[in-house]
Design a protein around this ligand. Sequence first.
Ligand code: HSE
Length: 431
Amino acid sequence: MTTNTPLRVALSGLGTVGGGVIRLLDANRDLITRRAGRGIEVVAVSARDRSKDRGIDLTRFDWVDDTRELASHPQADVVVELIGGSDGPALTLARSTLAAGKGFVTANKAMLAHHGLELASAAEAAGVPLKFEAAVAGGIPVIKGLREGAAANAIGRVYGILNGTCNFILSKMEAEGRDFAEVLAEAQALGYAEADPSFDIDGVDAAHKLSILASIAFGTRPAFADVAATGVRHVIAADIAEAAALGYKVRLVGVAESGANGLFQRVHPHLVPIDHPLAHVTGSLNAVVAEGNFVGRLFFQGAGAGEGPTASAVVADLIDIARGEFGPPYAMPAASLTAEPKAESGERRARAYLRFTVEDKVGVLAEIAAAMRDAGVSIESLIQRGVAADGSVIVAIVTHEGPERSVAHALEKLRGSQSLAGQPLWMPILG
Ligand code: HSE
């Protein structure tokens, strides 16, 4: 290919992001051509519904009914996949595109979480690019930041807010004192939520993204199955109010650490100290922190979803490909990625927030305190607040730093207690 030959793109999926990619390439055509050293042209498209009005003139592209045929499209150098789903047509298209010796760009974090190693190996064997900036934290160039900008560093920990829907929900609950279910309905109406909302609110989407980040940050094989994921369904308005009284915000944080005990990956609601940058990430924004041994703490923040930001990430990948700039998808050859054992959470030491909904009766606090004492958990502070309409009382406890195992043990001792009016909630405090 000469530098003057445009990079020709086949686009699978014309939803919000697909439409955004076409609009962005049209709007910034000259700038992109100058930056890439050549044009980037969509030549073929495929989507479910040909007749849908997307506000884009599609007659200039070759329409392909069966998306799988894009892999062998004679005019295309690269396929962009924006249809989603870990398996099915997206995976078929990825495999056949790479096998056909074409580059592949995707925003599909679920597919990468499940099949990233296989696809990276296939891309490397074929000597073609596999790029996925849009798969993690939407428009934030965090994949590029870790793969390239921070490539000289050993990274010990990467963590962040990786799901805009949950962050939107928690921020709204915080600002308006509202409860979870009501705010979820609003997030869905605004179109933030994944097709399966449980992927967002149960932490699965964040876990997909965390497993990709961990692999790039640490040089370990993607290990989605080892991510412990808990979402935000059980956070109540009172938790957010108590956290605020104690100097914290509640955020759904994905944390990955690589150490002597192996690879630790967890998505869980956390208490984040008010002076930590993640406490100031509000609404549907995402943010990622990476700690490198020479660069120190890096903080990336921006829009984690939406037409413009996600299209920005997809087209950035296309510009790299047009320039001929691509390396191994996970920053080192797939064969060099190490398989680390899963580090168990019980070994970790942290301060923790515990919330109990209890009946207002004699001895309840003593029972909770005794369970903590017997499990060796030291209480730093305790708040008990008024009686709700149903007669229950909220007891919020912050523990001193100690093994997570001990807190789990205390909660186990209280399981089934007649004093508890509901399931206790445990949230680690981000340290
Ligand atoms: N549903 C995702 C989120 C956006 O809420 O962050 C795409 O990854």
